[in-house]
Design a protein around this ligand. Structure first.
Ligand code: RIB
Length: 316
């Protein structure tokens, strides 16, 4: 693997404590079902993306908010121990930290509930408070587990100061105003999010392409649609390209999208081409689903290089 520069990345977004139950099958309404195991872990789409980039060697800081409960200190300690700068983590009195009850089925597919807690208090003032640090970044990563006004403020900040932004519009909400996200450099939905955000069908590759094109027509520079085990699709004014999938046996797909976005940011901001960065992101996300959990399933740079070498030698 070619060595790339170590970029500086900011994540303005959420953190959660994941309460993960591994089930044999999902209960139906009114039913009680026994499940074989339970694990707690650190998650949240923002924190997951920050940790993925940091584990791969980027210099990362997070603008986020924790509550004043038993989870707050552990969340800050966890981020710091994984190399994420926590200078801009704010403690919110009287709120719980974010939590996410998750169920993972034997196929590795997951269902997630989120309780935003303090994440719902992250405000445009938090973006302003971190302004000097944000100006020095190569890339700012955003998701939708914090208030939309904060996301819009961060996109406008990036535009004003010439810092590229990546918006992973997850979880999707039809309330997202397309006019206020047109200035993002990279818009990275999955198929479901693309359908919700555009109101267009996404049943076939052609429909996915048309929905992505509609966002480019609204002014978004590049749309990257993650397609799970089918790879990804990239749409820009230059046309459409496919990113090949990486076949693996999934154990837990939770946080795979975050692994993709965080690793894409690290490699693209590190100076390699869009295609090369996406190919690496696809591999990083695939590797992550072979282990349980989110942040703890993400490989360190050296482990990831070993995984890539094994893929490369398999195709020779
Ligand atoms: O994308 C996966 C994440 O979604 C989980 O870690 C959970 O916290 C929710 O935010």
């Amino acid at each position: 693997m070619t060595e790339t520069a170590k970029p500086r990345i900011a994540v303005i977004g959420s953190n959660m404590v994941d309460l993960v139950t591994y089930v044999n099958r999902m209960p139906v309404r009114g039913e009680t079902v026994e499940a074989p195991s339970f694990e707690m872990g650190h998650g949240g789409k923002g924190a997951n993306q920050a940790v993925a980039a940091a584990k791969l060697g980027a210099s990362v800081f997070m603008v986020t908010a924790v509550g004043d409960d038993m989870f707050a200190d552990n969340t800050i300690k966890n981020l710091a121990s994984l190399g994420v700068d926590t200078t801009y983590v704010r403690r919110v009195a009287g709120r719980s930290s974010g939590v996410a009850p998750i169920m993972v089925e034997p196929s590795g597919e997951n269902s997630i509930l989120i309780v935003k807690g303090a994440n719902a208090e992250l405000s445009p003032a938090d973006v302003e408070n971190a302004a000097e640090a944000l100006k020095t970044c190569d890339l700012i990563l955003l998701q939708l587990e914090v208030p939309l006004e904060t996301v819009y403020a961060a996109i406008a900040f990036g535009k004003r100061h010439g810092v590229r932004t990546v918006l992973n519009p997850a979880p999707a909400t039809p309330e997202l105003d397309p006019e206020r996200v047109r200035d993002v450099s990279f818009f990275v939905p999955n198929e479901t999010e693309l359908a919700i955000l555009t109101g267009m069908p996404v049943g076939t590759d052609q429909e996915i392409g048309a929905a992505a094109r509609s966002l480019v027509a609204k002014g978004v520079e590049t749309v990257i649609v993650t397609l799970g085990s089918r790879g990804a699709l990239v749409m820009s004014a230059a046309g459409v390209r496919r990113i090949d999938p990486v076949p693996v046996e999934p154990v837990d797909t939770t946080g795979a999208g975050d692994a993709f976005v965080g690793s894409f940011a690290r490699y693209f901001a590190g100076g390699i081409s869009l295609e090369a960065a996406l190919a690496r992101a696809s591999r990083y996300a695939a590797d992550s689903v072979t282990r349980r959990g989110t942040q703890k399933a993400y490989a360190l740079e050296a482990q990831f290089e070993t995984f890539c070498r094994s893929l490369d030698s398999a195709v020779r």
